[in-house]
Design a binder for this molecule. Structure first.
Ligand code: F6R
Length: 612
């Protein structure tokens, strides 16, 4: 949820640090800070200049001194976990004498006891954070080298971290460590970059080293050396960065969310590319790491994800039940990890995550694996923590998603579930004809998404009406219910309008009491065997003077109701939810724009939720 950057080379570090932090701001954005080391003349130890500020990186930049010429530096953008967003809690954290500076992502689980031990030893703690303890422990280590001091400190620590450490006594290096939180080294010409996310590096180098969990590195201006917790060298060869600089630009769009919504047709083509097999009316999923015999042996499918990924997981569960006739359900990974789930050997576990870093989902994966379950991942970020831990999976190929509100990654999750369900279905009962029907349906989806954007002006008008509401109902039934849940989630996230999703069938069992002329309802009314029931429910809302917007298909005759409708191209019934979700993104986006909110960085949220 936080972001780390570091630079060591021959150029002033501060410009890279600030630019890198603004690229990472989407990951967390309540405070930021940098520390830069300036070597001193006459054999004096180097001097650290540190600046921290509450709020956006822009405010940090304004607070920087005129001259900040040091060529070694680290920086951080924070999303508060331990203690409020205050300057004292912003990173870098420093030892009492200021010699050691640390930036940290993740959570130190035993921070309270470490802080208590430090306080008992007379250390004056100046923040509420877990990270500060690390700075003091490193500074108090009797070790000769910075590497040894970091290693001996990490022995005392439990929890997750990506760390970058600077030492005034060793101004020629930054020492970094990774355990459960990503960290990347960027290799430049006589300069090295450090970042928790490729977004900060992509303009400077395409040669990177992704550290593994349990790995550390010493980074100097001209080289790097990676090693494990026993100080044994691990030979790491740089690889080419998979992200291109232009993928991370706004490219003329007003917001990343708007850009990413519009990228959906191309992204959808990418997730399908090379994966549709007409000969056998199935999908080719080489990365699953499970052969046909193993896939056939599963009796059940359990899907886990958080937030919107969980709602798409619900769509996925229905797709799998429909096409493979295997019992399937989705559960919030954040709940799963806290109960005593029974891990069954004949259950296929599927985790879904855009970032591949969501702590709750990652924890569920390690728990399932510890207990012998097989887990595959539907993941967007290549090489992310979850992607490395699962037995196999399907990369979403949606490209980088910067806006906190997820759009194109979710659509590609839906499509990846379509591919998986088709694959499983064809290994079970699904006929060749039905396999082809789904395959052709998947193929049409990119073009159909394009068609939806043609009605954007109309959707924008409807969004303006919704934007004045205090609260909005989203209703859907069976396949439409996850669509309603995701629609309500999007509206809440970026417009801050309260929204609640209900099963259409449940409306009359309670929530109908809330319907008045001030409570709009967005109703998902697909053209399927439940259309007449959905229309009946819409009539019940209208009879109570509730304003209603329908998201529906051509051929569903809502004219007699006189309601506003958004008409979405019809797909195969099993795949309809993927397309029906798109207008809900546009409704939320335009409502939030009308309300003047920060679209890409909604309040209190962060792009990848790497804490509990
Ligand atoms: C919604 C949203 C969140 C994420 C959730 C899981 O727009 O962005 O609800 O879907 O935090 O994130 P990932 O997919 O990265 O695991």
């Amino acid at each position: 949820m936080c972001g780390i950057v570091g630079y060591i080379g021959s150029q002033p570090a501060a410009p890279f640090l600030i630019e890198g932090l603004s690229r990472l701001e989407y990951r967390g954005y309540d405070s930021a800070g940098i520390a830069v080391l300036t070597p001193q003349k006459n054999g004096q130890p180097a001097k650290t200049t540190a600046v921290r500020a509450v709020g956006r990186v822009r405010l940090l930049e304004e607070a920087l001194p005129q001259r900040m010429s040091g060529t070694v530096g680290i920086g951080h953008t924070r999303w508060a976990t331990h203690g409020p967003a205050a300057e004292r809690n912003a990173h870098p954290h420093r030892s009492e004498d200021g010699r050691i500076s640390v930036v940290h992502n993740g959570i130190i689980d035993n921070a309270a006891s470490l802080r208590a031990q430090l306080a008992a030893a007379g250390v004056e703690l100046s923040s509420d954070t877990d990270t500060e303890a690390l700075a003091h422990l490193i500074a108090r280590s009797p070790a000769e080298t910075l590497e040894e001091a970091v290693l001996s400190t990490l022995e005392k620590v439990t929890g997750t971290y990506a760390l970058a450490v600077m030492d005034e006594r060793h101004p020629d290096r930054i020492v970094v460590a990774r355990s459960g939180s990503p960290l990347i080294l960027g290799i430049g010409e006589k300069q090295m970059f450090i970042a928790s996310d490729a977004a900060a590096l992509v303009r400077h180098t395409d040669q990177v080293v992704h550290l593994d969990d349990g790995e550390l590195a010493t980074v100097t201006a001209g080289s790097f050396r990676t090693f494990d917790r026993h100080a044994n060298t691990t030979d790491r060869v740089p690889v080419e960065l998979a992200v291109a600089a232009e993928d991370l630009e706004l490219s003329g769009h007003e917001h990343y969310m708007s850009k990413e919504m519009r990228e959906q047709p191309d992204a959808a083509e990418m997730v399908l590319r090379g994966r549709l097999d007409e000969r056998f009316a199935t999908s080719r999923l080489d990365g699953l790491g499970l052969d046909a015999r193993e896939l056939r042996s599963f009796r059940r499918v359990k899907i886990l994800g958080c937030g919107s990924a969980y709602y798409v997981g619900q769509m996925g569960a229905q797709l799998i039940e429909d096409l493979a006739r295997l019992p399937a359900d989705a559960e919030a990974a954040s709940e799963f990890r806290y109960r005593q789930p029974i891990i069954e050997p004949d259950t296929l576990y599927v985790v879904v995550s855009q970032s591949g870093e969501t702590a709750d989902t990652a924890f569920a994966v390690s728990e399932i694996r510890r207990k012998g379950g097989r887990v595959i991942g539907l993941i967007n970020v290549v090489g992310s923590t979850i992607a490395r831990e699962v037995d196999g999976g399907i990369y979403l190929h949606a490209g980088p998603e910067i806006s906190v509100a997820s759009t194109k990654a979710l659509t590609n999750m839906g499509l990846a579930f379509g591919l998986l369900a088709l694959h499983l279905g064809r290994l079970h009962d699904l006929s060749y004809a039905d396999g082809m029907r789904i395959l052709k349906g998947l193929e049409r989806i990119p073009g159909q998404i394009r068609e939806i954007f043609a009605s954007e002006p109309h959707i924008e008008q409807l969004a303006l009406q919704l934007s004045t509401a205090q609260s909005v109902f989203y209703i859907g039934r069976v396949r439409g219910f996850p669509v309603a849940r995701e629609g309500a989630q999007k509206l809440k996230e970026i417009s801050y309008i309260h929204a609640e999703a209900y099963q259409t069938s449940e409306l009359k069992h309670g929530p109908l009491a809330l319907i008045t002329e001030r409570m709009p309802t967005v109703a998902i009314i697909p053209d399927d065997d439940l259309t007449s029931r959905n229309i009946a429910a819409a009539e019940q809302v209208l009879a109570r003077k509730g304003p209603l917007v329908a998201i529906t298909h051509p051929g569903v005759d809502l004219a007699p109701l006189g309601v506003e409708s958004i008409v979405v191209p019809k797909s195969e019934p099993e795949l309809d939810p993927i397309l029906l979700t798109i207008p809900t993104q546009l409704l939320a986006y335009h409502a939030a724009v009308a309300l003047g909110h920060d679209i890409d960085k909604p309040r209190n949220l962060a792009k990848s939720v790497t804490v509990e």
